[in-house]
Design a protein around this ligand. Structure first.
Ligand SMILES: Cc1cc2nc3c(=O)[nH]c(=O)nc-3n(C[C@H](O)[C@H](O)[C@H](O)COP(=O)(O)OP(=O)(O)OC[C@H]3O[C@@H](n4cnc5c(N)ncnc54)[C@H](O)[C@@H]3O)c2cc1C
Length: 412
């Protein structure tokens, strides 16, 4: 029997085992997936918990439910990969040998990477919504917060779902308006980028939307440290931003075992070929989802769109055939903008988000870079799609690679 070992049963790892199990003959391949958690979280739902739109129990399900029959699930903390021996060691000492390894252990926020962040004010005046616990704690905080200076801040790129902090800001504006206390909240959006977003056209649209909502934009802000006593953010160029409530997106990093195993870059992401997801260093290792260093958004949609080319290529690679399919970095993100509306962006490695309609030219029904109610319903429906279509590895009636159909070219 040949052994395929998948590290991580989150979005990408779960989709991969569901796609690969039917592709790899059961009498030839044993597939094992390892995860330290017994719960699968729908992370896009974390955004809605602070505002009471989702209850915490609406974003979690038992992880085992999504692992298909014919795949072994091992519960444990991954401690080390030994690529030369083709063995993975767990924290309890168990050794799992493999012929092929897929790394899918994602990325997590690391507040301890910024001086002053994870100290005395953590979960008091300094909050985050990138973890389940953080989103729940922030919901509690917002129930009694009486207003003041609310600063939404990104420490450093890349982060998973780079639009989520903008969505949080739009939803905060709507939430405080609906609570009748918007006048008592001074909202500031702080980013290390030059503008509201990574790509010029979308950055212009999203920057205008911040302005319309009376949100101050503090761009090019590279955080040096947080002064928790003074409740102030301090940048390397000595700008200071005071806050009463800070909602931060801390530095995001891949799993620590990746670094210990000598498999990662400085942020513990695995360097791979951006079209095939094969490790640059090892012919038997792939990295999928947020765990890799591909220059695409770290998003569930990217993990999903990459899965088609990845599984085709994987099946060819293990048979000694050339990998002929090329992933293009396709990302597709609904951006919740508050008051029952949303925006949609669709882009890839080469093409930035452009206005237009999606997926059909003229017809849509979704609008690109335009606020509509239908885009909001797209985001709402996405949760159902996630549990019922994407995770089980079912086919979506949408092309996996980005299409220019419906997109309008505009100058950057
Ligand atoms: C607030 C927020 C909003 C988001 N919104 C969107 C959105 O609207 N659209 C979108 O497409 N994406 C969104 N995302 C991003 C999306 O959730 C991630 O990109 C996606 O989950 C990545 O999948 P993954 O499998 O790479 O990692 P994960 O889904 O994070 O899975 C990693 C798995 O590895 C396991 N693991 C890690 N380390 C170890 C270890 N050492 N030992 C054992 N197990 C380990 C974890 O327990 C986890 O199960 C959002 C994310 C957040 C936080």
């Amino acid at each position: 029997m040949r052994r395929l070992l998948v590290l991580g049963a989150g979005t990408a790892g779960t989709m991969a085992v569901n796609k690969l199990r039917p592709r790899l003959a059961r009498d030839e391949w044993r597939i094992t997936v390892v995860d330290s958690s017994d719960t699968h979280h729908y992370q896009p739902g974390y955004l809605f918990i602070p505002f009471g739109i989702y209850r915490p129990d609406e974003v979690s399900k038992p992880l085992r439910r999504f692992i298909p029959t014919g795949v072994d699930l091992v519960s444990g903390e991954i401690d080390l990969v030994e690529p030369e021996r083709q063995v993975v060691r767990l924290a309890d000492g168990t050794e799992l040998p493999y012929d092929y390894l897929i790394i899918a252990t994602g990325t997590t926020p690391r507040p301890e990477q910024s001086e002053g962040m994870a100290g005395s004010e953590w979960r008091r005046s300094i909050h985050e919504f990138y973890t389940y616990e953080g989103a729940v704690a922030l919901a509690e905080k917002l129930k009694t917060w009486e207003g003041g200076r609310l600063v939404v801040q990104i420490v450093e790129m890349p982060i998973k779902c780079p639009v989520a902090p903008l969505e949080f800001t739009f939803l905060a504006d709507a939430f405080f308006t609906e609570q009748g206390m918007r006048d008592r909240v001074d909202l500031t959006y702080v980013t290390p980028l030059e503008g509201a977003f990574t790509k010029p056209v979308a950055s212009r649209y999203l920057g205008d939307m911040l302005e319309d909502r009376r949100v101050a934009l503090e761009a090019d802000f590279l955080l040096e440290r947080v002064d928790p006593a003074a409740r102030t953010l301090i940048s390397y160029d000595e700008r200071e931003i005071p806050f009463d409530l800070l909602v931060t997106v801390p530095v995001n990093m891949g799993a620590d075992y990746v670094a210990r195993s000598g498999l990662g870059n400085e942020l513990n992401y695995v360097p791979v070929d951006k079209q095939t997801l094969l490790s640059r260093a090892h012919d038997t290792i792939f990295a999928i989802g947020d765990a890799s260093d591909i220059p695409a958004s770290k998003a569930g949609s990217v993990a999903h769109f990459s899965m088609e080319t990845f599984t085709e290529n994987f099946a060819r690679h293990v048979e000694g055939r050339q990998m002929i399919h090329r992933f293009d970095g396709h990302a597709n993100c609904f951006i919740e903008t508050g008051h029952g509306k949303g925006l949609l962006i669709d882009f890839n490695y080469e093409t930035e988000p452009l206005p237009g309609t999606y997926p059909l030219p003229g017809v849509g029904p979704f609008s690109l870079l335009k606020e509509t109610e239908l885009n909001h319903w797209g985001k709402v429906l996405f949760r159902w799609m996630y549990w019922n279509v994407l995770l089980p590895g079912k086919q979506l009636p949408l092309p996996a690679l980005m299409s220019m159909a419906g997109k309008q070219r505009v100058p950057s």
